[in-house]
Design a protein around this ligand. Structure first.
Ligand code: ZN
Length: 261
């Protein structure tokens, strides 16, 4: 039984892919289905801003036929090393044709951008595995429908609060989400650094003035300062990671917390 099963898996999966972060795995599996085997570089609890791949992950690279980058920080140093490790591996960019905000790599937090990511994935998969084109196209259509449903659900949740509502977050990972839904992100961390005492006082006053419902933090970062601010303002700290693989549910949960549901 077990032998049959593993042979079956081998026969099905024709593309060996590596991605940088978990949401990419989610997107790629939606379109690639059982034709694509996906390994992830940045595991749960790590930050793609400071990540360094482990030696065992270099083995994943040696076996891969394709690497999907997305423009996160560690790629700058590591993509050339990956290329050296496996010269036959294609490196393609999931963030192609997406206009980016200055210094903000977190494009996958906006459903609009994820639609473009989905098209990039489709094109690259057809390019590397043309015989499964029809299969990939059908999966792509389903995924686009999921993205559109997600977008509608988020809009419905956010209908209860005024446009340009502000939300406070430790690491500014939600800029594209904010832009798409007419929200304003108030970051605690500035250029990757903790606020100075004066800035901290300003942030506390601003949070009170703007009636923020919670202070968001992510498991990849220390929540010490977020907790301090939340305590002063009298709102909860909500842990939510932009790297959560349950992409759709995660964005809906963020919207609910912003709306104070
Ligand atoms: Zn980040």
């Amino acid at each position: 039984m077990i032998i049959t099963l593993s042979l079956g898996t081998l026969a099905f999966s024709t593309v060996n892919a590596v991605v940088s972060i978990l949401p990419q795995k989610t997107f790629l599996e939606k379109i690639g289905g059982d034709k694509v085997d996906v390994s992830v570089m940045v595991k749960v609890g790590n930050s793609p801003h400071t990540y360094e791949p482990k030696p065992s992950q270099m083995k994943d690279i040696s076996r891969a036929n394709i690497y999907f980058s997305i423009g996160v920080e560690f790629e700058k140093v590591w993509l050339p090393k990956f290329k050296n490790q496996n010269k036959k591996m294609k490196i393609v960019d999931m963030s192609q044709n997406i206009s980016k905000h200055k210094k903000d790599p977190h494009i996958w937090t906006a459903p609009q951008k994820v639609k473009i990511i989905a098209k990039n994935i489709l094109d690259k998969l057809i390019n590397i595995d043309a015989k499964n084109q029809t299969y990939y196209e059908a999966n792509y259509q389903n995924f686009i429908a999921t993205i559109e449903q997600t977008d509608k659900k988020i809009q419905n949740i956010l209908n209860s609060i005024p446009a340009n509502s502000k939300f406070m977050v430790f690491h500014p990972a939600w800029g594209y989400f904010a832009k798409q839904y007419n929200l304003i992100q108030l970051p605690i961390e500035i250029d990757g650094k903790n606020p100075k005492p004066k800035e901290l006082i300003w942030l506390i006053n601003e949070a009170k003035k703007q009636n923020v419902k919670s202070v968001f933090t992510a498991p990849e970062f220390s929540d010490k300062i977020a907790k301090q601010i939340a305590k002063e303002v009298g709102v909860p700290v909500v842990k939510i990671s932009p790297l959560n693989p349950k992409w759709s549910e995660n964005l809906q949960n963020l919207a609910k917390a912003i709306a104070g549901d």
